[in-house]
Design a protein around this ligand. Structure first.
Ligand SMILES: *[C@@H]1O[C@H](CO)[C@@H](O)[C@H](O)[C@H]1NC(C)=O
Ligand SMILES: *[C@@H]1O[C@H](CO)[C@@H](O)[C@H](O)[C@H]1NC(C)=O
Length: 391
């Protein structure tokens, strides 16, 4: 080589070039980490529809194409036109008579089935009072409505949500969904809940027994309430009262969604391969004589977001999907009936390990975690507000 300096020059140049490429690459990947843009299953124009439809025959939509199992739900769904509105008790009575081992079903499942077709309940109102929950006015139609499923006795959980992530910013509205505070054989919480309702104007209560198997009633009665009192809301977050929601991150995500996704949004932690659990005595047990087959892809009920304009569609679908005891699976079935697919987002963690809730940094970039105690909710909120927080 005649020019050793040239060689030196060349290698220096190459090093610089490599450095530039490296810096660009790392800053890009950091950028894309900070920008939690739209995620989830990319829409495939042939398979995935973004407009809801409700065909006259739901069998294909609900996967009832092979030989029909003899399980009660499967048989009912096959035959079902619309659920009875008037004599709703008859549906349950027939179920009790036709399911051969009905007497061996867990008590709460039996109660669920006996009243499952009864879905219209009046609002529970303190004696002589009107509802304290105002309708949305044309001027302040919320962008995001936080619909939090609670139970009358869970005062501390609700207060923690009010003092933290539910502390509403412009465009956001917080409502709690509850059954009757009179309970069943429990203490009468009526006057306490009446006071709370007057003080905060954020409780939507209906006159049914508030037990987990009645959660679908909260969904359906809330969707009906939306139809007449808040019809133009953009998005609805359905969450439980032990969730922590990173509202700024959620808003960023929603605002960055492609319009076609946003229109039919069903977003959360998605279970795609779930099957009924067959261990009697354990939570979520489903007897084989009641349901056969796999669950539809559905968003975990701990917290998910839907597009507000789907509310009337979901109600129409629910009238034609046979009752199922778990609210989130049932919502999944209704979306499936409408031909819409859920979108998974890795920022939803509805079974967040307790040790991680101690670490505010673990929450950065996430949208929703649960379960958290009211105390943990408040502590986490304070830590995230702290300008000194360094992750
Ligand atoms: C619904 O569609 C399925 C599958 O195509 C068909 O077998 C069934 O007979 C249809 N049911 C009714 C009531 O038309
Ligand atoms: C749900 O509420 C209704 C109305 O109060 C009640 O009849 C039914 O038994 C409740 N469901 C369960 C599973 O307890």
């Amino acid at each position: 080589m005649r020019c050793p300096k040239c060689l030196l020059c060349l290698s220096a140049l190459l090093t610089l070039l490599a450095l530039k490429v490296y810096i660009e690459w790392t800053s890009e990947s950091r950028l894309s980490k900070a920008y939690q843009g739209p995620r989830g299953t990319p829409p495939s124009p042939t398979l995935v529809s973004t407009e809801p439809t409700l065909p006259a025959n739901l069998s294909v939509r609900l996967g009832q194409t092979g030989p029909l199992p003899s399980a009660y739900w499967n048989q009912q769904q096959w035959r079902l036109g619309t659920l009875p509105g008037g004599d709703c008790q008859a549906w349950g009575t027939a179920a009790a008579a036709e399911i051969p081992d009905f007497a061996s079903y867990p008590e709460d499942l039996r109660h669920f089935l006996l009243s499952a077709a009864c879905r219209s309940f009046p609002q529970w109102l303190p004696a002589g009072e009107a509802s304290h929950v105002a309708s949305c006015s044309d001027k302040d139609e919320p962008y995001l409505l936080l619909a939090v499923k609670s139970e009358p006795g869970r005062f501390a959980e609700r207060q923690a949500v009010r003092e933290t992530w539910g502390n509403t910013a412009p465009g956001i509205r917080l409502l709690f969904l509850l059954g009757s505070p009179l309970g069943q054989g429990g203490p009468d919480l009526g006057s306490l809940v009446a006071w709370e309702s007057q003080r905060y104007s954020d409780l939507l209560l209906w006159n049914f027994i508030d037990v987990p198997y009645n959660r679908t009633l909260k969904d359906l009665l809330f969707l009906a309430w939306l139809g007449h009192s808040c019809p133009s809301v953009n998005f609805i977050l359905q969450a439980q009262d032990d969730a922590f929601v990173n509202i700024p991150a959620l808003l960023d995500h929603l605002k960055a969604l492609p319009p076609t996704w946003a229109r039919s949004l069903y977003l959360g932690e998605i279970f795609t391969q779930a099957k009924p659990l067959r261990k009697p005595g354990r939570p979520f047990y489903v007897p084989g004589s009641f349901f056969e087959g796999g669950y539809p892809a559905y968003a975990s009920g701990g917290g998910y977001v839907i597009a507000g304009r789907l509310a009337p569609w979901l109600l129409q679908a629910a009238a034609r999907v046979a009752p199922f005891p778990f609210d989130d699976v049932y919502t999944g079935l209704c979306f499936r009936a409408l031909g819409l697919v859920p979108r998974a987002h890795p920022g939803f963690h509805t079974a967040w390990p307790a040790d991680r809730t101690m670490d505010p940094c673990a929450l950065q970039g996430l949208l929703l975690v649960r379960p958290l105690s009211p105390q943990d909710n408040i502590r986490l909120w304070r830590q995230l507000q702290d300008p000194q927080l360094q992750c």
